[in-house]
Design a protein around this ligand. Structure first.
Ligand SMILES: Cc1ncc(C[n+]2csc(CCOP(=O)(O)OP(=O)(O)O)c2C)c(N)n1
Length: 427
């Protein structure tokens, strides 16, 4: 695991325990936050140590990066002032929920567009007048100032690149993603700072500029935001149907209409962000960069263990569900009295594997026969039966017309303190 973690250590003696745990937590929580790995040998754990050593407060405070350097922020602010079509693009700034209102205000007060690209959190409010959607590449040709904040993949070169004359800033807690072996996206200005500090500093410097915003810039922002909202509405409309299998768009739209306001969703890529459009900071979590299949359900359990906000929902594919070790998850729920709504989007296959094969070999035999031999998940059994066997309620939903009632029932069940699983039959 050494390559995957920020720090690893094996406890050699119980005498060190307090120092080792202290250091482990401080390293894990220092920006950029990440995992650490401790091994605790059995012999060391079995030995006797004075217990008073273990009850003190942490003594090492995690390192939060100092604020952004002021020259960098001045340069960035200058670029925003001179810009015709400026946009802040973010993937993960909403990891700190207190950044969301700062970004909303910054963009509104200084007329800057927001794109939540490949986003893993609620980074901004979808109802913001200058929210330009969830994809940067279709807009990228039109933008002259691009400020990426906490974006490990700012753009995919095969889908679109910043214009040669555009100004590109990369900012965030690890603006150059130093721990990735290779990454070569251009950066005309790089600022290491956490999002909260960056947005506050930028807002203050832009205030001092006080230059009026051109009507052309405002008109572009309004037009682009309108067109993004229209295309979301068209997408939901195009998916409308009285019956049939449950699509991502339909499930996401139903959740946006039926989930209680305080719902927190963990998605292992079965949510369509446009159709769900979550707005509450801290209410949505998407697959982390490491992408380890089976993340969402245990992450939802961990989250509910530490919060009273809910209901908590895990939305996963059948493959991700199997990888999450469901029996262990349901046992942990029962043992800790946690009722989570698990939604399994069951398409009977590893769909992502099929899609990757089709993109790579559009005329290959797997693509032409519409089924690649190693991506089928037949014979997985009844997921709702697994839930029932573990003391919760499991429901199978075959047709989209049944989904609204099933969701209402499921939220009622988890509200009453029992876990529930919906096995949705999906294309
Ligand atoms: C531990 C691990 N193994 C393999 C993968 C590669 N992988 C990504 S998505 C996927 C298929 C997921 O299937 P499912 O959850 O059923 O969703 P679907 O793709 O069908 O929508 C696989 C195998 C991974 N991300 N993590």
């Amino acid at each position: 695991v050494r390559q995957l973690v920020k720090w690893d250590y094996e406890l050699r003696s119980g005498i060190q325990l307090r120092e080792v745990i202290d250091r482990a937590i401080a390293v894990a929580m220092s920006i950029p936050c990440g995992p650490v790995y401790l091994s605790l040998p059995r012999e060391v754990l079995a030995a006797d140590y004075p217990s008073k050593r273990f009850i003190e407060q942490p003594r090492i405070s995690p390192a939060f990066k100092a604020g952004p350097n002021s020259d960098g922020v001045d340069t960035l602010a200058g670029a925003f002032v001179a810009a015709r079509h400026p946009v802040i693009v973010t993937t993960s700034s909403g990891r700190d929920p207190s950044s969301v209102s700062l970004l909303n205000e910054l963009a509104r007060r200084h007329s800057i567009g927001i794109v939540e690209s490949r986003s893993r959190y609620v980074n901004a409010s979808r109802s913001h007048p200058f929210h330009l959607g969830y994809d940067i590449e279709p807009l990228i040709d039109d933008i002259d100032v691009l400020c990426f904040v906490d974006c490990d993949v700012p753009w995919i070169p095969a889908l679109g690149n910043p214009r040669m004359d555009a100004f590109v800033a990369q900012c965030g807690s690890a603006p150059l993603a130093e721990r990735y072996p290779m990454r070569s996206h251009r950066s005309d200005l790089t600022i290491a700072a956490n999002a909260v500090e960056l947005f506050s500093a930028l807002d203050a410097v832009l205030d001092r500029h006080g230059k009026p915003i051109t009507s052309e810039r405002l008109e572009w922002l309004n037009r682009t935001a309108d067109s993004s909202r229209r295309s979301t509405a068209e997408k939901i409309e195009a998916d409308r149907s009285d019956g049939g299998l449950i699509s991502k768009v339909y499930l996401s739209n139903c959740l946006s209409l039926l989930a209680p306001e305080s719902t927190v969703i963990f998605s292992e890529y079965w949510i369509d962000r446009e159709a769900l459009a979550p707005t509450e900071p801290g209410s949505y979590f998407d697959l982390p960069a490491a992408g380890g299949l089976g993340w969402a359900l245990p992450a939802a359990i961990g989250h509910l263990r530490c919060t009273t906000r809910g209901p908590v929902v895990a939305v996963v594919g059948d493959g991700a569900f199997i990888f999450s070790n469901p029996l262990a998850c349901f046992q942990a729920m029962a043992a800790n009295d946690l009722s989570i709504l698990t939604i399994v989007c069951n398409n009977g296959r590893w769909g992502a594997v099929d899609r990757a094969t089709e993109w790579m070999y559009p005329r290959g035999s797997a693509t032409e026969n519409l089924s690649s031999p190693l991506s089928q998940l037949e014979g997985a059994g009844s997921f709702e039966g697994v839930m029932a066997a573990c003391g919760g309620v499991g429901l199978r939903v075959e047709d989209r017309s049944e989904l609204p009632d099933a969701l209402a029932q499921a939220f009622e069940i988890v509200g009453s303190g029992r876990p529930c699983l919906l096995n949705l039959i999906c294309p």
